[in-house]
Design a protein around this ligand. Sequence first.
Ligand code: ZN
Length: 314
Amino acid sequence: MRKYRMAVLAVAAVIGLSCQRAGVVQAETWTDLEIQAAEESTKAEEKAETGIVRKELAFSEEFPYSQFSAIHTGTAVLYENHGEYANGIVVCLNAGHGCKGGEQYKTYCHPDKTPKVTGGSTKAGAVKATAINSGMTFSDGTPEHKVTLAMAQILREKLLNKGYSVLMVRDSEDEQLDNIARTVMANAYADCHISIHWDSTQSDKGAFFMSVPSDSSYRNMEPVASHWQDHELLGKHLIQGLRTRDVKIFGDGEMEMDLTQTSYSTVPSVDIELGDKKSDYGQSALENMAEGLAVGVDGFFAEKEAQRTAESGI
Ligand SMILES: [Zn+2]
């Protein structure tokens, strides 16, 4: 119904313009207007057909924790779903890395400026970490940031087809948004945040998510304290989803890690490592993993909905 009305209004606006001008312009100009009208109505129909509206969103200093970000001149892209099956849920996809010059800046690991509780790309005890690093290189020489982007774009399409809206905090080769900027934008516009990575080992060890360290000082720090259980739940669902597609899983599918992303997230938020330097990242492998992740996203939101229903006693 909504789709139909949008198309009709757009076509009516274009036809109105053509008729108004018809009496005062040359014949060939009228033809141009007709062509333009036809093109615009085709565009409107396409948009109505898919129901996806693309919006570029800038970083804002109004966002909570925005003052901790060092790089934020880039824009995120929101694919807003108005299709027949739109479910009103926004999933943020964060194609890991892909911010040139990110290593030149340092940002606080934690909003309360306490030191990191685990190692990782920055060692335990550090108060500041690289604002965003360039990522690893696969054993065939391909940079991680190219594969994370390809993966995010495949997953974006699958989620849009399921009725989700998708916030891409990187939708091109280079996006000038650091880890904190991406996180605060996800907090502001999305209902969950999934960052996509491959690990730097060389054993084809399989997929896992970075879980919240079981360190009481970390789990008691806001905003982690209010959200860590949702981060864990989302991570478990993503791994479960990957299992439905027979994706190789590392260990029990999780590894504790004190991440900048987790430290600043106020929506369910997970860093998922889909393999490592030796893993297959061919098109069919990516398609298969995207299917699995989409199943995981469905599972997570279904469980949250069930929790809400139980709490409200309906
Ligand atoms: Zn990475």
